[in-house]
Design a protein around this ligand. Structure first.
Ligand SMILES: [Zn+2]
Length: 379
């Protein structure tokens, strides 16, 4: 059976958790000094390691002989906690409203752990609990039995009541850095015997946007598409997002009237297997988005669905000076759609259209300049 990469490489000990050294260090110290709190709050973006560290911590505080603060994996307790849910209970607040489970928890919380020292409750997406479930949880947190530890995890800490926050030891998970994600990718791909180049690693790490889970899920998709060799071209053809970057690049060349460079960019796109018609439609949609950004200003943010950094680049392109080219591009590309569909040489049709966009808009700009000069000419 195929196991998703992010599941297969989920950290099992603290040393394997990446990018959260500040948290891991503190947790290991608490284990070494045997100073365990009753309630922890792990907060941060998705895929930054909250649930993984919670699971490691839950096993580590029960382990009979922790190795460097991590569960040994060998002792009786570690063995019996493997794959079962005695003593370590996970509640996903997102999958049900949690009231019943929390009520149930209040009943069961008084019973001591079966095999280890602590009974650990990991409540994932805790902000999804209903207010009555929060109240039930609060009552338990106010007088926790000696043997219980709560680990609450959430991506939206601002939705938690202050009464809950004040009872927890809080840890903020950071977005994982590009460097950390890149080394993780290399480690994972190496052990999967998949070849890669530096650029594909970089692109994947960027697309993961600080999330280990997203990065590995995207890598998964690329691997199942590309087989055992990842290349930049294969990675970008799987990633819709990265295509925005290509669009930004080629549009920059068109807007700055660099005909040769624009055609080189186009060549890169088409030789990766994209059809001229499909790419032309992508370009039209992109120029139309630029038009929206130009005419609506900040109101366009909700309509134009792209990542923040892409939106910033689009704002820089949507200027008054570029307006004529943007309109010309939409006109020209829409005009050749039929031709692209039926021509035996669609590539040439698209190349010619791009050359015309640049030439025509230069012409328009020159005429406008002349008109302005005539207007200002003292009569
Ligand atoms: Zn152990």
């Amino acid at each position: 059976m195929y196991l998703a990469l992010y599941r297969k490489y989920r950290p099992k000990i603290f040393d394997e958790v990446i990018g959260q050294d500040h948290i891991v260090k503190t947790l290991i110290n608490q284990i070494k000094l045997d100073k365990i709190s009753h309630a922890y709050l792990f907060t941060g973006s998705r895929g930054t390691g909250k649930t993984s560290t919670a699971k490691i911590f839950a096993r580590a505080i029960n382990c009979m002989d922790p190795v460097n603060g991590s569960p040994c994996g060998e002792c009786e307790v570690c063995k019996s906690l493997e794959g079962t849910n005695i003593d370590v209970l996970e509640i996903d607040a997102a999958s049900n409203n949690g009231v019943d489970e929390i009520r149930d928890l209040r009943e069961k919380v008084k019973y001591p752990p079966v095999v280890g020292k602590y009974k650990v409750y990991i409540i994932d997406e805790v902000h999804m609990l209903s207010s009555s479930a929060f109240n039930a949880l609060l009552k338990t947190l106010e007088e926790p039995p000696k043997h219980t530890v709560f680990i609450l995890a959430t991506t939206e800490v601002h939705k938690l009541p202050a009464t809950i926050l004040s009872r927890c030891l809080r840890f903020d998970y950071k977005l994982v850095s590009l460097d950390d994600l890149s080394s993780l990718l290399k480690r994972v791909l190496d052990s999967e015997n998949i070849k890669y180049d530096a650029q594909s690693i970089n692109t994947l790490a960027r697309a993961g946007e600080g999330s280990v889970r997203d990065t590995l899920s995207i890598a998964d998709r690329c691997v199942s598409f590309a087989g055992d060799t990842l290349t930049y071209e294969k990675v970008i053809s799987v990633l819709g997002i990265a295509e925005r970057e290509i669009l930004i690049n080629i549009t920059n060349k068109i807007l700055s009237k660099q005909t040769g460079e624009a055609l080189v960019e186009l060549d890169g796109v088409l030789s990766s297997g994209k059809s001229p018609l499909v790419f032309s439609n992508d370009l039209i949609a992109y120029f139309r988005d630029l038009l929206l950004v130009y005419t609506l200003g900040d109101k366009s943010r909700e309509i134009v669905v792209v990542k923040d950094d892409i939106y910033e680049s689009m704002k820089m392109q949507s200027t008054k000076e570029n307006y004529a080219v943007i309109v010309k591009a939409i006109e020209m590309l829409s005009g050749v759609e039929q031709e692209l569909r039926y021509s035996a040489q669609p590539r040439i049709v698209l190349e010619t259209a791009i050359i015309k966009i640049i030439n025509d808009s230069s012409l328009i700009e020159r005429i406008q300049k002349l008109e302005d000069e005539i207007k200002n000419f003292p009569s």
